[in-house]
Design a protein. Structure first.
Length: 287
C-alpha cells in the first residue's frame, strides 16, 4: 500500500510509501479530489528525504502532514530528540493518536499549516520536512521563515517543480520573484532531486522536486515589513522598470529614487528580476 503525507492544508499531497500490495489495506485512505491528493509509488524518494535531512539525536523536527505516519515512523526511527507533526485531515486522527500514545517524543497537532501558531511548539524545532501544495507555497514558506531567528533554519520541501525553480531562480531570469530573493538574502537553496509525475498515483499534471533551504544570516529581514513591501512593489508589474514600479513607494518620488539608484550604482532601466540580491539588500538598507 501507499501512505499519504498530508500537506496540512488543501492541495496536492507528498506521499509516504510502504510496499505496494495487490489488496489495499483496510486503513488505506482514498485520495480526496478536493485536496488534490496524489500518492507516491517510488519508495526510493522516501529514503532520499531521510538521507538528505541528515538527522541527529539533538534535532527537533517539524513535519507538516504526517498522513498515515510512514514518514513519521521513519523520522522517529532516527532517534531524534522530538518530532512535531501538524495534520489537517481528521480522518487520520485515530491512527495518528494511537502512534502518539506509543512514542514519547512524538507530538501531534491539528490544524491548517498556514494558520498554525508555530510559536506554540515546545520544544521548538530546528528542522522542517513538508510537502507544500502549489496554492499555499509562497505564504507558508514566508510564514515559516519568520521563525528562522528562533532556530528553525533548515527546510526540506516537496514542491511542484515550477515552484521549486522559482525559489532557486538567479537574477536575470523570468522565474525570479520576491520569495526567492529573500531566501538568497538569508541563506541558500538547492534542488536535491527532481521527482517525475510518474512517481505518483494518480499521475498529476506536473512534475515535482525536493528542495533544501538553509537559512544562515539576515534573520531580521523576514520580520521587516518594508523589505517584503519593497520586493512586492518592485515585482508588481514585470514589464515596467524597477524605477517606475517604485515611484511613490514609501512617499519617495521618482526623482528621489533616481538619486538613490545612482548613489548605489543601479541602472535606472533595470527590471526587478534582473537586479542582483546584493543590490536588493542595498536598496533595503537605504530605505
Amino acid at each position: 500500500m501507499v501512505d499519504a503525507l498530508d500537506s496540512g492544508s488543501s492541495g496536492r499531497k507528498f506521499v509516504e510509501v510502504r510496499v505496494l500490495s495487490r489488496a489495499p489495506d483496510k486503513k488505506f485512505m482514498i485520495p480526496l479530489k478536493r485536496f488534490g491528493q496524489n500518492f507516491l509509488v517510488d519508495k526510493n524518494i522516501l529514503a532520499e528525504i531521510i538521507s538528505c535531512a541528515d538527522l541527529k539525536e539533538n534535532d527537533y523536527v517539524l513535519e507538516i502532514g504526517p498522513g498515515h505516519g510512514v514518514l513519521t515512523r521513519a523520522l522517529l526511527e532516527k532517534k531524534i530528540a522530538c518530532l512535531h507533526s501538524i495534520e489537517l485531515d481528521e480522518r487520520l486522527r485515530l491512527e495518528l493518536e494511537e502512534l502518539e500514545q506509543h512514542e514519547k517524543n512524538f507530538h501531534l497537532h491539528w490544524g491548517d499549516a498556514v494558520k498554525f501558531d508555530y510559536s506554540s511548539l515546545n520544544p521548538f524545532p530546528n528542522k522542517v520536512i513538508a510537502n507544500i501544495p502549489y496554492n499555499i507555497t509562497t505564504p507558508l514558506i514566508w510564514k515559516l521563515l519568520n521563525f528562522s531567528g528562533l532556530g528553525l533554519n533548515y527546510f526540506l520541501f516537496m514542491l511542484q517543480k515550477e515552484a521549486a525553480l522559482r525559489i532557486i531562480a538567479p537574477a536575470d531570469t523570468k522565474e525570479r520573484y520576491p520569495l526567492g530573493v529573500t531566501i538568497e538574502a538569508m541563506g541558500r537553496a538547492r534542488i536535491v532531486k527532481n521527482v517525475s509525475r510518474n512517481c505518483f498515483r494518480p499521475v498529476p499534471k506536473v512534475d515535482s522536486a525536493i528542495v533544501e533551504i538553509s537559512i544562515e544570516k539576515n534573520f531580521d529581514f523576514i520580520k521587516n515589513s518594508s523589505w517584503s513591501d519593497l520586493l512586492h512593489r518592485g515585482f508588481a508589474h514585470r514589464r515596467k522598470t524597477l524605477l517606475n514600479n517604485l515611484k511613490g513607494f514609501m512617499g519617495i518620488n521618482i526623482s528621489e529614487w533616481q538619486e538613490i539608484f545612482n548613489s548605489l550604482g543601479i541602472d535606472e532601466n533595470i527590471r526587478a528580476e534582473d537586479l542582483s540580491c546584493e543590490d536588493w539588500i542595498k536598496l533595503g538598507v537605504r530605505i
